[in-house]
Design a protein around this ligand. Structure first.
Ligand code: 6R9
Length: 651
């Protein structure tokens, strides 16, 4: 059986950081050295960058593994760290948020103003009887009030559970009930591609006959669409906020005070509510944010395009940037409204210097062509980040060349809802970059790529990513279900965290993330990464996007089945050839004949979750000729019907 990934043993050209970038970088050069010499001491030092009401004396308590306690005897307040301390340090006039609504309305909010809003909201929550440990569910679009609602919960020691604004009433009910939420914060509606999405109606449907724990629903007015108000339960945010004081003293809470629950889908149908606590989470979120993005808080304009409803929004739109006193852009709407230039127009308008986005967005711009970004001035950008999926080298190169003007570093950051903050990434001022690789564990993080028996694999071998030492931002379990947490992550390799991702180490010792292991195929005894074949397909000039799955095959065990979206700009050339046979040969030539796709299906669109991940599970069903499974988390379930009916007609 071949476990080799040949390209990991080849010479790969790296891109060294420019001398100007290195010279200007505020990131200490000895982080890794210090972390290796004294790992816990290193994290303690990072934690001391925060404000502690009561300093901690203990660093890690692992006696109740795998539920860690970090900085356990210390006390702090997350909201104080994100707001008060910047204002007290004289930075109250610094812009915290440049907000732009989809229709083009804008708001500029300084740290002092944001603090005032959060104090009022904290008073409002308290007046509604919300106290430390209570759960506040937040079903909101990308508004400044969403950040206010989150930080107000943190300020009083309440636990927020943000539910992505695209979720259905059933999903809201399930989450509200799982956590016994006492308060729900929502909006009347939100703007999306020029239409109003009626969020409050969805909350009403969720609470109709369910969610008995909910005492109040606070409604932020945004779209001014009609909503029904349930007397005694529902309150307008603006009415209530006007009646409370903007004085509020942040109390100290224990380091292990629960900060939030965030649900993520696992391999089973029931979403898992990952629980995160305060001190360790905030330490690692802020440390990674300032280190991996080379943050210069006085001058940078940072933009994370993730929705606040996902973990990336939590750590790199709320806690990381605000704890570091950064100035950031927050955009309410769709990337393609009113046209595909919107993101680039925003970068130009606000002078964005750091952009953090997902490969799927990059590939969709590759598909529509470089003309769109090239029409804007993107020279303010000095750093690019990627997250959410493996980034294929072609997308990495395109991102750097077209968005980064061929001059800026690109950091590929690997992490998960479970890990709370980035775990694997280059440090842009210190690492020679390799297109397509996440490269290095963050200082203070220890990982090991192992085989199924738990033995470390050699360079060039395919393995499984494990994390061998506890880390500050790690989840403190699945809310209310310790067993499931242990079973899902800590039982395959006892004593270690198993991420569910495949990985390899190259001859220089750099890490390559190869996608979920459930996406690994075994074809005639050859282990193949879906990612590797996708990357090869995307390398072909005709292909904009590709998804590969392992279909069941009587002879070879599994067979490679590819779904590809072709580039509109190449239509003339494509018409003159046989693209399916071209692509099959291309992969065979690129990787080896064993990797030649059994089938290549040309489709108009790939099925994606609302967070932009390709739903390979659904494509596998189609490839296996099975009924297509649950499509409720797709952005557009019509995509699957189109693909299935195309297959039935033998496309
Ligand atoms: C942050 C986030 C986690 C899963 C993870 C992995 C994939 C995320 C990645 C990446 C390769 C990267 N993933 N970042 N794969 N390279 N840089 O996305 O969290 O939504 O929980 O997803 O996403 O497969 O296991 P989450």
């Amino acid at each position: 059986m071949s476990d080799k990934i040949d390209y990991l043993l080849e010479d790969i050209e790296t891109i060294t950081p420019s001398p100007e970038f290195v010279a200007a970088s505020p990131v200490p050069t000895d982080l890794d050295e210090r972390a290796k010499a004294d790992r816990l001491g290193f994290w303690a030092e990072q934690a001391r960058d925060l404000h502690w009401h009561t300093p901690f004396t203990q660093v890690l308590d692992w006696s109740d593994a795998p539920i860690a306690k970090w900085f356990d005897d210390g006390e702090l307040n997350a909201s104080y760290n994100c707001l008060d301390r910047h204002v007290l340090a004289g930075n109250g006039d610094r812009v915290a948020i440049h907000w732009e609504g989809e229709p083009g309305d804008t708001r500029t909010i300084t740290y002092a103003e944001l603090l005032g809003e959060v104090k009022r909201a904290a008073n409002l929550y308290e007046s509604l009887g919300v106290t430390a440990g209570d759960v506040v569910a937040i079903y909101m679009p990308m508004l400044p009030e969403t950040i206010v609602a989150i930080l107000a919960a943190a300020r009083i020691g309440a636990v927020h559970s943000v539910i992505f604004g695209g979720f259905s009433a059933d999903s809201i009910r399930q989450r509200v009930e799982d956590a016994n939420a006492k308060l729900v914060v929502t909006t009347d509606g939100s703007f999306r591609r020029g239409k109003v999405l009626p969020l409050k109606d969805t909350v009403d449907a969720a609470l109709d006959g369910g969610g008995a724990s909910v005492e109040h629903v606070l409604v932020v007015q945004r779209a001014k669409n009609d909503v029904s108000i349930t007397e005694g339960r529902d309150l307008w945010w603006h009415d209530e906020i006007a009646q409370v004081s903007d004085e509020h003293v942040a109390k100290a809470f224990p380091a292990e005070q629960p900060l939030f629950i965030l649900y993520t889908s696992g391999t089973t149908g029931k979403p898992k509510g990952l629980l995160h606590t305060t001190g360790g989470y905030l330490t690692q979120a802020s440390f990674t944010h300032r280190t991996l993005f080379d943050l210069q808080p006085e001058t940078d304009v940072y933009w994370c395009t993730a929705d606040v409803g996902w973990v990336t929004g939590h750590s790199y739109l709320v806690y990381g940037p605000l704890a570091n006193g950064a100035t950031q852009l927050m955009y309410e709407g769709a990337h393609d409204f009113p046209d595909l230039g919107r993101w680039f127009e925003l970068i130009q308008k606000y002078g964005v210097t750091i952009l953090y986005t997902a490969p799927t967005a990059i590939r969709s711009y590759m598909k529509t062509g470089r003309k769109i970004p090239e029409a804007y001035d993107l020279t303010s950008i000095r750093l690019l980040g990627s997250v959410g999926e493996p980034i294929n080298p072609e997308a990495w190169e395109w991102y750097r060349e077209v968005i980064g003007g061929n001059r800026v570093p690109v950091v590929d950051t690997w992490w998960q809802t479970e890990t709370g903050a980035v775990m694997i990434s280059a440090i842009p001022s210190q690492t020679s970059l390799k297109p397509g690789a996440a490269q290095k564990p963050v200082p203070g993080i220890v990982v090991s790529v192992v085989d199924e028996q738990g033995n470390r694999v050699d360079p060039g071998e395919m393995g499984l990513l494990t994390i061998t030492e506890p880390w500050p931002a790690m989840a403190r379990g699945i809310y209310g279900d310790r067993e499931r947490y242990v079973e899902t992550y800590w039982s395959q390799f006892p004593g270690r965290y198993f991420a569910g991702d495949g990985a390899g180490v190259d001859k220089d010792g750099d890490l390559w993330l190869l996608g979920r292991v459930d996406d690994v195929m075994n074809v005639s005894g050859h282990r193949l990464s879906t990612m590797e074949i996708e990357s090869s397909l995307v390398d072909h000039p005709f292909v904009a996007e590709a998804a590969v799955v392992g279909a069941t095959d009587e002879t070879t065990g599994q067979a490679v089945v590819a779904f590809v979206v072709l580039k509109q700009s190449q239509a003339d050339k494509i018409a003159a050839t046989d693209p399916v046979s071209d692509l099959r040969s291309h992969v065979a030539k690129d990787i080896g004949s064993f990797a030649r796709p059994r089938e290549v299906h040309i489709v108009d669109e790939l099925p994606k979750t609302r967070s932009g991940k390709i739903m390979r599970r659904l494509l596998r069903d189609v490839a296996d000729g099975k009924a297509v499974g649950d499509t409720t988390t797709l952005t557009d379930s019509a995509v699957m019907s189109a693909i299935s009916s195309g297959m039935a007609q033998g496309s």
